[in-house]
Design a protein around this ligand. Sequence first.
Ligand code: FES
Length: 248
Amino acid sequence: MYVRVVVVTAFALAGLGFLLLTSTVVRRRPPVGGPSGVGIVGTPGGPEGEPPPAPTIAPPVPDSPAVQVNRRIFLNRAWLLAMTVFGAAFGGGFVGFMWPNKLSGFGSVITAGKKADILASIKNDKRPYYNPEGRFYIVTYPHADKGNVYVKEGLVRDGLMALYQKCAHLGCRVPFCESAQWFECPCHGSKYNTAGEVQPGSPAPAGLWRFPLSFDGDNIMVDTSKPSGQPPKGTDTLREPPAGPHCV
Ligand code: FES
């Protein structure tokens, strides 16, 4: 998008500069003598048998003040135009480079899919729905009471919550362990229950971050620009032991 803006701006400035340049009248001095302005005043022939005398050369004719002024104006405007176009292109490129234009992918609002499909996937596969593009899991969370910390923060919608895959210890991706039905980090062994709450013995100082989740018609939308609601160590709203052997 910014490239288009820069190109249009450059063309507009170029057009403006062209108008300025064409509005500048450069008066040419009248031709005098030879092409360099040096005039040959006379070449009288000598008497027969003698070499002709050297021609008399007139001194160069200086530009009139009007021509000098017009040339200076022309050069000043050409220089100004060149600098303006260069500045616009460079400035536009710099602004475009720095502009936070995150429109899709991680860091934006992501359409996870239809709610019915995601619920069916969680139920049939017995594991959270995983969205690799948004780096989040969608888990079922069976608490809706207003005193619940996640409900209060607006992170639970229709019994669903979105968890950021990033380990709270050193940031590894935390996969889901099907046998234990917990999230278990392969890097240093941190374990989180299905709600992403860190379990005792884990090096992670807190639970997994959450992403705000909302609905757009049938679709679940997850805003991956705002990780929040990280539960402190000791939080355990599920109080469920692992369902089976651990993976790490
Ligand atoms: S990064 Fe996950 S436990 Fe260290």
